[in-house]
Design a protein around this ligand. Structure first.
Ligand code: AP5
Length: 189
């Protein structure tokens, strides 16, 4: 049986969004991307967006308080009852603990954390390529460097957090998207 309450963990550019989209199509569960939700809030000019914008433009993390609120609201919606793919949340120890607490309250604990592993040169190559195509405001060289640093310092320790809980599967995430998709499928079975 395939796990359905999932978290994709990985550095900026590791392919969390790309692989989450494939999983949701296959499993019929929602993708919960705090990055996408925050970008939508910035574009709509909401209070959440106003609180998030400056940190996002610098490649820093948005405050735990804002992000946990956004994630909790989304996870409590009906379509997440049968499973979900978390993409970009949690990113700090406090967020991981808040997620555990909220899922425990809902009686739907996380089943698997897939860590996508890609070397830094390839990550930077991917993001600079996307910068030329999509023009995302945080895809410039200086901000990308900061996002990598923030990932290493604040998010990478979550690999150990999920390993200790027996939920971690590490997946080599360089190469063709379809091959990585197959490796993830195996990691979920
Ligand atoms: P977020 O939107 O989560 O950005 P990120 O983690 O930097 O992730 P990316 O979207 O850059 O990469 P990805 O791993 O999803 O890869 P993707 O599939 O897109 O967060 C943005 C900001 O929001 C944060 O910096 C922070 O400020 C804030 N934020 C969000 N969540 C937060 C939280 N929980 N707490 C606090 N702040 C938060 O792929 C990247 C590129 O590579 C694409 O062009 C893709 O086509 C390409 N690609 C993918 N796979 C491959 C492959 N196998 N080969 C070649 N190219 C590939």
């Amino acid at each position: 049986m395939t796990a359905r309450r999932l978290l994709l963990l990985g550095a900026p550019g590791a392919g969390k969004g790309t692989q989450a989209e494939r999983l949701v199509r296959k499993l019929g569960i929602p993708q919960i991307s705090t990055g996408d939700m925050l970008r939508a809030a910035v574009a709509a000019g909401t209070e959440v967006g106003k609180g998030a914008r400056a940190a996002m433009d610098r490649g820093e993390l948005v405050s735990d308080e804002i992000v946990i609120g956004v994630a909790e609201e989304r996870l409590s919606q009906d379509d997440a009852r049968g499973g979900f793919v978390l993409d970009g949340f949690p990113r700090t120890d406090a967020q991981a603990r808040a997620l555990d607490a909220m899922l425990e309250r809902m009686g739907t604990p996380l089943e698997r954390c897939v860590a996508l592993e890609v070397d830094t040169d390839e990550l930077v190559r991917r993001l600079l390529k996307r910068a030329g195509i999509e023009g995302r405001s945080d895809d410039n060289e200086e901000t990308i460097r900061n996002r990598m640093r923030v990932y290493r310092d604040q998010t990478a320790p979550l690999v150990a957090y999920y390993r200790e809980r027996g939920l971690l599967r590490e997946v080599e995430a360089a190469g063709p998207v379809e091959e990585i998709e197959k490796r993830i499928e195996e990691a979920l079975s």
